[in-house]
Design a protein around this ligand. Structure first.
Ligand code: DX5
Ligand code: ZN
Length: 239
């Protein structure tokens, strides 16, 4: 299982050093939580920070957009990744932009209406058209089955195991059927479905074993990794 530390729990005053440290400690991806104060009751970072990270971080960036109408911002985020890549020589085809299915297509957004599978498909196509890996996420209360016809357009699917908005919450084990459903769909698709399965929220040494067992391939971990004395030991304990 790949490990994606969430920088939400990092020391933002030393962000570059914090990211270097988790990559040195063995993390494969860097998870970047973008919040708008509308889709979730919290505000974090936006396009300029992603641009700076893209120009300095060598590992793939996993940009988790917890924002309303993400179709309006896919362009600026993809551009930030691209501009950063010109500086660092990284490949944006390794980066992910992940939208929330519930947030696509609001008033003025893509066709199909808020939270529709049609609007989500539009978002995923926009992301792929920018040369970035496309992913979508569902909140704990959102069934995954209703987005079945978006699976073929997805490079990653992110199952939330906490309500999005804050780090440090407790893991919801009852989300594991969604993870196993995605694993089984992929396994029985004869190669037609190629998404990676990611889990986000409340992952620690104990719950990582549960998500691995259910079929997750990438685990996001914020407070558990950045709150540890030894990042290397913490990351190793999740695999
Ligand atoms: C929550 C974020 C998570 C968060 C996870 O809305 O999407 O990425 O940082 O934090 P922990 O691992 O502390 O639950
Ligand atoms: Zn996240």
């Amino acid at each position: 299982m790949k490990i994606a530390p969430s920088i939400l729990s990092a020391d933002f005053g030393r962000l570059g050093a914090e990211i270097d440290a988790v990559l040195e400690a063995g993390a494969e991806l860097v998870h970047v939580d973008v919040m708008d104060g509308h889709f979730v009751p919290n505000i974090t970072i936006g396009v300029p920070v992603v641009k700076s990270l893209a120009s300095s971080v060598k590992a793939p960036l996993d940009v988790h957009l917890m924002i309303e109408n993400p179709e309006k911002f896919v362009g600026p985020f993809a551009e930030a990744l691209g501009k950063g890549a010109q500086v660092s020589g990284r490949e944006i085809s390794q980066d992910y932009i992940v939208v929330h299915a519930e947030a696509c297509g609001g008033p003025g957004g893509a066709d199909g209406g808020f939270g529709s599978a049609e609007a989500l498909r539009g978002c995923l196509q926009m992301i792929r058209a920018k040369g970035v890996k496309a992913g979508f996420s569902v909140k704990p209360g959102t069934p995954i089955e209703q987005y079945e016809d978006a699976l073929a357009l997805s490079d990653m699917i992110l199952i939330m195991t906490v309500e999005p908005g804050f780090g440090g919450q407790s893991f919801m084990e009852d989300m594991m059927p969604k993870v196993s459903w995605l694993r089984d769909k992929k396994a029985s698709s004869g190669g037609a479905l190629g998404y990676e399965i990611e889990v986000d929220g409340g992952v620690n040494a104990e719950t990582a074993a549960i998500v691995r067992e259910a079929g997750a391939e990438i685990a996001v971990a914020g407070s558990y990794v950045f709150g540890a004395e030894d990042y290397k030991e913490a990351i190793a304990s999740l695999r």
